[in-house]
Design a protein. Structure first.
Length: 223
């Protein structure tokens, strides 16, 4: 908890203290695509109360220290280990879950679309995001990651710039999904499928935050 100030870089704060991620997400504070900003700037962007969020972060740090909870710092991993972690934890998750969410949304608009027209926007936005992410994974696994593994850094920076733009677009889509659904608040007539779909969309948001943070603020910064 030493030297934890609101002026520090929010991406660095997560790299140094991974256990803070749930607290940031609770207040919709972006630490992935906006990882270059200070903590206070990110809090202001989220229109959250600075004092409340800062105290919640300090409380979380105290909880981590008191419990002896330890999480491996991503900055301590080698390039190879980081790439393996990204593929095994995040790429696999997306390949498994994106088709499931797509099918659930199709079922949801069929049953509830008439009473909840916003679901059509959710379905359309998610469909575009799904296509972009599937293409994005291929670009990373067939182009960027092999270059890093073999030490061929001649075009790495250009590829990273392109991927970061795609991260920004995906982040915008994730934020819009949260806005359209009022942060996945369930309507009174929500059925099990409704609840499951929104839960999976929330999990997607959480995974994307961690995924993009690992790439933008840890791996990509090395080049």
């Amino acid at each position: 908890m030493k030297n934890f100030e609101l002026t520090m870089n929010i991406g660095d704060s997560i790299t140094e203290h991974p256990g803070l991620a749930p607290t940031y997400m609770k207040y919709q504070v972006d630490f992935c695509c906006g990882g270059h900003k200070s903590i206070i700037e990110a809090i202001q962007d989220a229109k959250a109360d600075e004092t409340e969020v800062y105290q919640a972060l300090l409380n979380r740090l105290e909880q981590i220290e008191a419990s002896g909870e330890s999480t491996q710092k991503l900055s301590e991993l080698t390039n190879e280990a980081l790439i393996d972690r990204i593929i095994e934890n995040h790429h696999k998750y997306l390949r498994d879950e994106l088709p499931v969410i797509s099918a659930l949304l199709f079922k949801l608009i069929d049953v509830h679309g008439q009473n909840h027209p916003e679901l059509f926007d959710v379905h359309s936005l998610f469909g575009a995001l799904k296509l972009e992410l599937e293409s994005h994974l291929v670009k990373e696994e067939r182009e960027l990651f092999p270059q890093i593994r073999t030490g061929d850094f001649s075009t790495v920076k250009n590829v990273i710039d392109s991927l970061e733009h795609e991260h920004d677009a995906a982040g915008d889509a994730i934020h819009k999904l949260a806005e359209i659904t009022n942060h996945y608040a369930l309507p009174e007539d929500a059925c099990y499928t409704y609840e499951l779909t929104y839960k999976k969309l929330e999990q997607l948001e959480s995974d994307m935050y961690q995924h993009v943070h690992t790439e933008n603020n840890v791996l990509f910064r090395r080049f």
